[in-house]
Design a protein around this ligand. Sequence first.
Ligand code: ATP
Length: 465
Amino acid sequence: MNTANNNTRSNANNATVLIADDDEDIRLALDLLLSANGFKVIEASDAKQVVLQTQRQKPDLVLLDMNFSRDTTSGQEGLDILKQLQQSNIPVILMTAWGSIELAVKGLQQGACDFIEKPWNKAKLLNSISQQLSHNRLKQEHQGYRQLLSSKPQSKLQNKNWIAESAAMQAIEQLVMQIAPTDANVLILGENGTGKSLLAERIHQLSSREDNPFIAVNMAAIPDNLFESELFGHQKGAFTDAKQHRVGRFQLAEQGSLFLDEIGSLPLNLQPKLLRVLETGHYEILGSSQTEHANVRLISATNANLNQLLKDGEFRQDLLYRLNTLVITMPPLRERLADMQPLSENFLQHFGQKYQKSSLTLSSGALKKLQQHSWPGNIRELSHVIERAVLLATTTEIGIQQLLLDTTDIESTGVTLQPLEQAEQQLIEKAMQVTNGQVIEAAKILDISRNALYRRLEKFNIHYE
Ligand SMILES: Nc1ncnc2c1ncn2[C@@H]1O[C@H](COP(=O)(O)OP(=O)(O)OP(=O)(O)O)[C@@H](O)[C@H]1O
């Protein structure tokens, strides 16, 4: 038996097909063909029976003749039944007389999924039935997933406080408020643990798609040979290991947002496929020849240097242009020191609850220590440090000792030995830069008074408002 027939058999899987035709000989011929290929067959010889059989036996597919009464050729009868079948969500394949393309097109426009000309080609007919059955199965599975997703009690973001008090984060907030309601693709850049994933979800929550799914995919965690199936889904039997149907992430995110994290990990040979969906909205489920249409907003993120990947020929320029309609660069934690206290207090409260230690506070020494650390792992690292401190706490105040931060930070911040006054000037310039020139906030970071900072700004001739 050839592969097409094997696929038909595996897709038949006891599927029930209703043959709706007034010609007894045609019903018999089709019955023989379909039964021999593993389908359960029921029959209807007039319009009334079609509706009745559909309600009672709930077939998985209907093969519908367009002209029930032998002497009519208008096809109106078939179109009328088609309309009634639409409500039941059962796929319908039309059977039309040879040469009646116009009628077939009308049927397709009104919701039929395919058409077959009489006299039929056996392999073609079996193939079409098999494809429509698996497509419908995928559709149902997909609806099931979406119901599951929409019944999620709370999103990740609703459980978390979004902290953005520093000047750098305030600027990002302003941008997010502007771009979230649009459908534009967004690329989020930034070091590990800076909050790229949380920001992606925030953009989704602030968009008109908020009631639809937010689907996140970590591209770095997918083996190369499974990318296509992960993104676009596959049909049973599409490749050796495809034992079950799989709904792709594009389909799951339909009407919602798709977040592709670590986009730099997308293999070069698959980049044209993603580019095609972004350009045309079209893609195919693996193993199916039917073209699907995606309606998703794409948010992607990476900590990789995409420009370097471009230079090295590992990332396509045209794909980057599609992804980076809008770019947001998350600042590292060491450049948003005004967020250190609220972030730490947020984690203190969270882990205090988790480990049943209430009313925990940070000593001023501990806060200063946190502000001096270089945080290569950014907010994720801060959350781990605070979790450990909560576990180690013996009183309600967390001190420097519980933070267990070593003193090697200076090396990792890349500070070089230089005249003290020069270092002072550099620190002040940096503080003014990360606070967007806000003197009060910069003074807080440097832990000096506002007047002391003004004096130094004058001394070093640094511009301020
Ligand atoms: N603005 C914020 N307010 C509160 N918590 C935050 C904020 N940003 C990030 N976090 C927390 O920091 C941790 C890391 O965030 P997230 O996973 O979004 O970072 P990421 O940049 O996507 O990391 P990676 O690059 O490793 O994928 C999470 O626990 C997240 O809840």
